[in-house]
Design a protein around this ligand. Sequence first.
Ligand SMILES: C[S@@+](CC[C@H](N)C(=O)[O-])C[C@H]1O[C@@H](n2cnc3c(N)ncnc32)[C@H](O)[C@@H]1O
Length: 308
Amino acid sequence: MLGGVARVMRAVRPGPATEERLLRWSWSSRDAGSLDEYLVVGWQNPRINVQSILVRHALVRRLFGSEFEDLMHAEIDFAIELNEVLRLESARRNVRMGAFLDPERRAEIRDVSSVIADREADFEERWRATLASRSGPKVSVIEFACGSANDYRAFADYGLAPFLDYLGIDLNPKNVANARRRFPAVRFEIGNAMDTKQADRSFDVAIASDLFEHLPIPVAAQVLAEAARVARHAVVLSFFNMAEVPEHDDRPVAAYHWNLLSRARYEEALRRSFTNVSVTPIADWLQREFGYKHSYNRSAYTFVAQRD
Ligand SMILES: C[S@@+](CC[C@H](N)C(=O)[O-])C[C@H]1O[C@@H](n2cnc3c(N)ncnc32)[C@H](O)[C@@H]1O
């Protein structure tokens, strides 16, 4: 039904305005409880999700330089170890891991995840203890598509939040309400990443995770330009469906998108605004640097692009 309506809307009035309405509608149609939970369990749990960890590490480097490289390396080793426990346990129980809105599937994933419950907070405690003795100027951060404070929860739990002057925006009012309920004193606002209404270079860092694939290709280009515009120093972007292909592959799904993005095209676009662009193809990197062969997503990429 949603797919049919979306097809008609796209045919009658193609373009970014229609796509924005479809995006808002599709994300808002989900129930608030599911939105609050579905991207933070299983592989998406920010404590053990390598891309979430790399976002935190990029912020720590911006704050403290290379002081904590050993701890960061150890944290990736730890994440790999727990990812592997989850992989084996999900195979043993024959549970398909993923990001699901269906509560029964999430309950299965929670059951699988119970095998790491006694260890998953180990690095949370280490980071809290490490950062507790620190002080210094804050880094201002804008997060595009912050969901229900999915990654901010970890910024708070890991002791990073006191060092951040943070604004999270999301198109979906239910996500923003969830985020505000958890963190009433933090700025979470309903907003469109295409046009944030923020001044040029008004944040040190702009971050966005798992957003660009869900946008029409021209809208995603606009969002990238917006991130580059508002970021004074750096952008940190996580992608879940990217490949070494020459062009983006536009894949509309019902009311939104599930595009396959070209790494080369994003790198090229970022090099227009940033002097230093580092690209981490997660699965290859984990294999090459850490000897881990079973990354759950071979299409995951993290970009850190910096001006300085
Ligand atoms: C797959 S979720 C990712 C959420 C979070 N970044 C994470 O990684 O857990 C995509 C999010 O993008 C939001 N979104 C989609 N289009 C947007 C737009 N144009 N501006 C702001 N948020 C948008 C949706 O409401 C949804 O919360």
